[in-house]
Write a protein that binds this ligand. Structure first.
Ligand code: A3P
Length: 285
């Protein structure tokens, strides 16, 4: 795919309640809020880079009873359309409305900005949270390669933006705690990236199906599979020569990026921004 086509990076716009978004999200805000969820929709919700595509792949292959054939033929973007963003060409927009039930829907929205119909319809929601430090590093590399996001600046500049919530979809702190507070009020399964990394087992399906799911959703296989590694997106959108979408998939990669001073500052702010009753994360395994 051509790397030559020009692509202009977006600046963020102030969205609702101080949460920043890429402009295309705000352009369809009203339509988005009127989105009609169906009772059998499953929402996969995350702060960006928390393992969204991993969760989609696991939920999708589980609901296919361990049959991976569909997962190898249909891009992740079409199996779980993005609620607040239309896919870029060559993918058709408006996929969600045409999707047969039961739908799998991806979102990065904070809980309080979800279209109300998801709660009204009592939809199942799977939230995946990843520790702040690994999320920050992963989001930095994603900004480098995703030409639809603002220029991240150098790591030190991005570190600052992340910590102050001046990144697309807002503050990581507000996001993970906002969903955490609601998890017992609605049908929300709140999962941690670190736990999924550590234990990838289920007892509800037969052993062979579980093995297939574990194998299909391994980092290595998802990195090789064009349906999950986003190689179908042109380089003027995702420039994977800068940083691959399936980058490392580790817990604790932040240690390769954070300076000692950054870590101290991060820890200090973290204690202030995260309440004792919020989710508790593992920064290493
Ligand atoms: P890294 O950048 O740390 O490698 P999202 O899908 O929300 O954009 O998240 C992307 C992050 O999840 C990337 O993290 C990616 O490597 C990681 N990831 C995706 N699939 C994975 C898998 N099967 N195993 C481990 N990590 C995975």
């Amino acid at each position: 795919v051509s790397n030559q086509e020009s692509s202009i990076r977006n600046e963020l716009v102030d969205g609702v309640g101080g949460v920043c978004f890429v402009p295309s999200v705000m352009e369809r805000w009203r339509e988005l809020q009127e989105f009609q969820a169906r009772p059998d929709d499953t929402l996969i919700a995350t702060f960006p880079k928390a393992g969204t595509s991993w969760a989609i792949e696991m939920v999708d292959v589980v609901r296919r009873g361990g049959d991976i054939s569909g997962c190898l033929q249909i891009p992740s973007m079409m199996r779980a359309p993005f609620l607040e963003l239309n896919p870029p060409p060559p993918f058709p927009s408006g996929q969600l409305h045409n999707q047969p039930s039961p739908r799998l829907i991806k979102t990065h929205l904070p809980f309080h900005l979800l279209p109300p119909s998801f709660v009204d319809q009592n939809c199942k929601m799977v939230y995946v949270a990843r520790n702040a430090k690994d999320t920050a590093v992963s989001y930095f590399h994603f900004h480098r390669m995703n030409k639809k996001l603002p220029e991240p600046g150098d790591w030190n500049q991005f570190f600052d933006s992340f910590l102050t919530g001046q990144v697309a979809w807002g503050s990581w702190f507000d996001h993970v705690t906002g969903w955490w507070k609601e998890k017992n009020n609605h049908r929300i399964l709140y999962l941690f990236f670190e736990d999924i990394k550590e234990v990838r087992e289920s007892k509800k399906l037969d052993r062979e199906a579980v093995d297939r799911i574990i194998e299909h959703t391994s980092f290595k296989n998802m990195k090789q599979n064009p349906m999950t590694n986003f190689s179908l997106l042109p380089a003027n959108i995702f420039d994977q020569s800068v940083s691959p979408f399936m980058r490392k998939g580790e817990v604790g990669d932040w240690k390769n990026m954070f300076t000692v001073a950054q870590n101290e500052r991060f820890e200090k702010e973290y204690r202030q921004l995260m309440s004792d009753r919020g989710p508790s994360f593992r920064m290493e395994l």
